[in-house]
Design a protein around this ligand. Structure first.
Ligand code: ADP
Ligand code: MG
Length: 255
């Protein structure tokens, strides 16, 4: 009897591998025991098994999307302390976290000094998007522009643009610490134009809009970018103290 069961298990394992059902492969034995214990009907048992594989597939996809997004830190909205940063509207951020901005192809711009949580919230929104099955890419602005101008040199820019366009949510972090030359400016403008009203962007920056000309070659170029970027955009200004600096002070005070 035991031997027969072992042979069946082996066969089940082989088939689950063949049909690529790793969630069931991991749990089928445990679920059979539970079904016997709970006296589960055949139909309910089959449904349970299929749901297990569905959940496991969702989780695998979520992890794959998070990996492909290249977040610098895995921060969640739920980990953000709105009590500390009380000049930012929690309800506005929670509203953005419903991701309706992605469906409407709207942008979000976070403006504020270092350490106030711009990257944290952007990452949190990106993680939500991954959970909901959207593709995300988190990139530092300087690295992105260096990379794209190398692609231009190598003749692969078109290909890269195609790749970037496939991404549902592109997060460009820390636009404000780079000074673009004519070439980078033109690439950046193409990128903005490509996504305009079609795909969402999140940009974080330390610069208020009246200082964006510091990133571009002149005021006109900055205005052209802002014109497209802000047409359908949520603008979140965060003032206040740096969380990092504040936590350091607390450590010093309470150690
Ligand atoms: P910014 O991008 O604005 O410079 P970050 O988002 O990188 O700031 O925040 C700096 C660090 O402090 C991160 O580790 C972030 O998770 C944390 N942090 C900032 N603000 C908060 C907050 N209100 N609650 C919890 N953690 C925060
Ligand atoms: Mg940051």
């Amino acid at each position: 009897m035991i031997q027969k069961e072992n042979m069946m298990d082996e066969n089940i394992r082989r088939l689950l591998k063949q049909f690529k059902l790793p969630g069931l492969l991991e749990r089928f034995n445990e679920e059979i025991d539970r079904a016997i214990e709970e006296n589960l009907g055949h139909r309910a048992f089959l449904q349970k098994l299929l749901e297990i594989e569905e959940m496991s597939k969702k989780e695998r996809l979520r992890l794959k999307r998070i990996k492909e997004a290249h977040f610098e830190e895995h921060k969640m909205i739920e980990e953000f302390d709105f009590g500390f940063q009380n000049n930012i509207s929690q309800s506005k951020i929670l509203d953005l976290a419903t991701l309706s901005f992605l469906d409407k192809h709207e942008n979000i711009i976070f403006i504020g000094p270092p350490g106030v949580g711009k990257s944290h919230i952007s990452t949190g929104l990106g993680m939500k998007a991954c959970e909901e099955g959207r593709s995300v890419l988190f990139v530092n602005a300087i690295e992105l522009m260096d990379y794209l101008s190398k692609c231009l040199e190598k003749g692969t820019l078109r290909q890269q643009f195609k790749r970037l366009y496939k991404v549902d949510l592109l997060i460009i972090d820390d636009l404000g610490y780079l000074k673009m030359d004519k070439e980078k400016e033109s690439i950046f403008f193409q990128l903005i134009r490509q996504r305009y009203e079609k795909k969402s962007l999140i940009i974080t920056t330390n610069l208020p809009f009246n200082r964006w000309d510091e990133v571009f070659t002149n005021e006109l170029a900055a205005a052209a970018v802002l014109d497209r970027l802000l047409h359908h955009a949520h603008i979140i200004s965060i003032s206040g103290d740096s969380y990092r600096v504040n936590k350091k002070h607390e450590e010093v005070l309470y150690d």
